[in-house]
Design a protein around this ligand. Sequence first.
Ligand SMILES: *[C@@H]1O[C@H](CO)[C@@H](O)[C@H](O)[C@H]1NC(C)=O
Ligand SMILES: *[C@@H]1O[C@H](CO)[C@@H](O)[C@H](O)[C@H]1NC(C)=O
Ligand SMILES: *[C@@H]1O[C@H](CO)[C@@H](O)[C@H](O)[C@H]1NC(C)=O
Ligand SMILES: *[C@@H]1O[C@H](CO)[C@@H](O)[C@H](O)[C@H]1NC(C)=O
Ligand SMILES: *[C@@H]1O[C@H](CO)[C@@H](O)[C@H](O)[C@H]1NC(C)=O
Length: 346
Amino acid sequence: MILRFLLIFGFLPTIILAQNCVSCVGSGNIWCVETSQCNSTFVSCQTPISIQLNCPTQPDPRYPYDDHFMRTQQIVLASASHGEIVQTCFDNQIPSMKLYQVRTVNCSSNYTDVTCRGFTAYDITQKAIVLSFRGSHGPDQSQQLADGMANGGLQSYFGNTGTIFKVVYDSFMLLWNGGMYQDLKNLKYKYPDFEVWVNGHSLGGMLSWVASSYLAISGLYKPENIRVVAMAAPRIGDYNFAVWYTSTFPNSYHIIHRNDQIPRSVKIDPHTNTTVLFHPRTQVWYNNYMRVNDEYQICAEADGNYCSDAVTEGLSFEDHIYYFNINMPQWGRDGCPKNISAYAQP
Ligand SMILES: *[C@@H]1O[C@H](CO)[C@@H](O)[C@H](O)[C@H]1NC(C)=O
Ligand SMILES: *[C@@H]1O[C@H](CO)[C@@H](O)[C@H](O)[C@H]1NC(C)=O
Ligand SMILES: *[C@@H]1O[C@H](CO)[C@@H](O)[C@H](O)[C@H]1NC(C)=O
Ligand SMILES: *[C@@H]1O[C@H](CO)[C@@H](O)[C@H](O)[C@H]1NC(C)=O
Ligand SMILES: *[C@@H]1O[C@H](CO)[C@@H](O)[C@H](O)[C@H]1NC(C)=O
């Protein structure tokens, strides 16, 4: 019996027949997605997988990606924080949404014009409480974040496994203690059965990952009642963070526009130049203008040379500003007018 087994499989001595990708990479080998083969090396494989985080997985079917929800609701929430007339954005685009509080804090000791901002809102029709975080608002804040990443590096967060950038953690805590935590508690007291939407663009996307981590770890909300939508966010943490986040939040999407350079950035912790950083799941990549009916790719892998990261040339900052074919900061500042054609990408 054993001899016959050896004879049959004697033709393929170097191919280990693994049960699946997870056990394959768990035993230190590489999984090839196209051929479902497990080998120590591959001479040719289009999609090789070497870490468990990247074993092909579809999003939880209870929480499918919803393009219409993103382009009608989430883009409004993520743009509104750029302006001073947040409620006007809602009145124009999501009339059932009510602003609760905007919080702005000084989040730099080095610059005179660097602030972090977020708001809380609620929607009785959709039974949702919103926590939304603004992206960085100028070159000083971008520089302050880069400095902070290089000087402060990674640290643990809320006593959990893995590490995230200290500068992002600090920015979150300043906002949280600067009023957002109390605002959320007030809203939760009033609407205890609502789900919570946590979102933001760029820095705001990183803050949405920290905020949702806080909500889950503190026990304020069950992860299945937290809907996370990050857009255009740079990597924030190490492998263990990405694994924990991915396994904790079943309803979390990270939207990336075409050649946007920002979410492709910071692959290695600049403080040590050793720790490799990873995005949590699930990336959704629009390799186009993100117009209505444009196609998109829901990435089966988390983070490696897949989906948007298969493109490394021709990266663009303009693709960072335009999501769903809208100039987000400008549209938000103008109160999210109904006619969006003036905000389209050239
Ligand atoms: C598997 O790895 C061996 C070397 O370890 C190599 O000779 C062989 O071609 C590989 N098989 C495939 C399908 O890539
Ligand atoms: C933030 O605080 C620093 C000192 O800690 C100060 O120099 C800076 O002007 C402040 N920025 C704002 C926007 O208030
Ligand atoms: C402020 O700037 C100095 C000089 O660029 C830098 O050494 C320091 O780490 C910065 N502080 C923060 C909090 O980024
Ligand atoms: C990391 O690499 C960059 C670019 O090579 C270099 O400027 C920086 O000093 C390095 N930092 C450390 C901590 O080694
Ligand atoms: C929308 O705006 C564009 C350009 O700003 C303008 O040409 C167009 O007439 C407007 N459409 C409507 C329906 O008002």
